[in-house]
Write a protein that binds this ligand. Sequence first.
Ligand code: FAD
Length: 386
Amino acid sequence: CQATTVGETVSDCCCDYQTVNSLNGGVLHPLLHVLVKKPSFSYFKVKLWCDCPFWPDDGMCHLRDCSVCECTEDEVPLTFKKGGDSSLGDEGGQCTEDPKGVVDRTLETKGFQGWTENDNPWTADDESSDEDMVYVDLRINPEKYTGYKGVSASRIWEAIYSENCFQEGLSDTCTERRVFYRLISGVHTSIAVHIAKHYLIDEEAETWGTNLDIYRERIHAYPERLQNLYFTFLFVLRAATKAADFLASAEYSTGFPVEDAETAALVQQLVYNERLMQACPVPFDEAQLWKGDEGPALRAQLTSHFRNISAIMDCVGCEKCRLWGKLQILGLATSMKILFSEGTGKQPALQRNEVIALINLLARLSESLDSAVVMGAEVHRAGSQN
Ligand code: FAD
């Protein structure tokens, strides 16, 4: 661990909280915020049709056409698409999903160049077949509160935590299993932060804003969830900087020359960031994993568990949550591909969709950290006034 720590260190990492906050707030968050708005990072290829292998009885996935945006334009009532009168849901025939959770697939076509096949052992998503794949503009589908909750949502999280042997959480003495648990928990925290930050405060007036109670109840009350968010951020940041040479020389052409040149420059600023290299040169040390005789078997087991998690994403019963769930799990899978590829001494080549998932995941985590600092301070302030 080469970092100069100035405060409490994020456990399993080489950086302290204060340094992460200062780096993120001062450099990384503003940079990532602009980068993910660029065309190169906006068009994500994804299979949204929920071919759930685990709970075929899930009502949300019963009818193929129930996924609202697969209906043709004129089939879907305008008010339904805008999230207006939800009573129109039943009259809209097969389209019964909550409009807040529906993915908008309107996009420009210029971004579709150079998509290639996928070869990532950590994901079950097969992008080599274009069947059922669609392209989604992430800019018009932001991650926010969708109203997805209850049995469907909780059984997904339960399946991820319990059926994949990560249930011991932070107390797990096996570093690898603890790391995997923390990554899932960190993404879970990040999703909750986005829900709290972009909440539908008044359904009738369609007013969106911060819901501090959600932040207080789901995150502030559980410090380890916040710690896992910091951990996950540092893990993904390490992957992005380890793949620096690949990312810096990758092709970012989308047919918008000015934007594309800015994109390439921003990627360079991110992956060769001097402040980052000075303050936190190795945010996570992957060399500590897979050691000893049991390393290879454990690695095979966790690879298979993580592939399972990516398959579980097909069971997420809200389209927009499925989109961001799949993107973020692919982002983690890509980080693992970068950090855990062994033997060749060369960094693995990344597919374009993997790069998009990696950088968008990093941007989501970065934004969550930024929002958590603000909301955490507000909760403290509100607490000290009572
Ligand atoms: P949940 O968040 O459902 O959590 C279930 C249980 O997991 C909790 O009771 C607790 O025991 C445990 N838990 C909670 N947080 C953590 C953590 N950080 N680490 C470890 N354990 C934890 N909803 C939206 O509104 N917008 C979205 O974009 C969205 N995306 C989603 C993506 C996926 C992949 C999934 C599975 C769900 C998504 N949801 C989304 C739903 C959302 O995550 C919650 O399930 C929902 O808001 C209900 O929250 P809850 O408080 O009941 O607990």
